[in-house]
Ligand binder design. Sequence first.
Ligand code: IMP
Ligand code: MG
Length: 178
Amino acid sequence: MSELTKNVNGVLVTEEEAREIVARLGKQVSEDYAGKNLVLVSVLKGAVVFMADLMRAIDIPLTIDFMVVSSYHKTESSGTVKIIKDLDTDLTGKDILIVEDILDTGRTLASLIEILKMRNPSSLKICTFLDKPDRRVSKIEADYIGKVIPDEFVVGYGLDYDESYRNLPFVGIYTPED
Ligand code: IMP
Ligand code: MG
């Protein structure tokens, strides 16, 4: 077993499936946002791989922007969101699509949505690559979902454990050693 896949046991999304998901979501977003002022807003760092793939699967004009919010420590979500790096874009009158790696407890997105709503966008929706509904504590759902997954801690395709594994081209299940 290579160093890159240490403690990774089981594949939840293969590279091929990731490509299929991205193509499907890209087509859907292209249709739904035709003629609008689409801005893809991504939360660093987990969503960077999905963002890079998704934006190239969308064939209508768009702009992108990035935010950094309070970090996710190891396997525990930190709760409320603190903006560490804000957007450069004025959201007034724009159609914002938040691009996320995974919707887990929903705490991060729930507070982010509240913050972004106050900036008067024309619309504000969520596109998440993965959805873990079993873990949800905040009342929040994504408008576009790549794949619903069981309650497992996953890594790869941008997702990390302690900053590692982001460059795995597939999504695998992380199982720590005892
Ligand atoms: P939430 O606020 O609990 O919905 O999750 C916030 C963030 O935690 C996500 O955007 C991910 O960056 C991270 N996260 C949640 N679940 C996982 C996981 O299974 N693996 C890696 N990161 C995760
Ligand atoms: Mg994230």
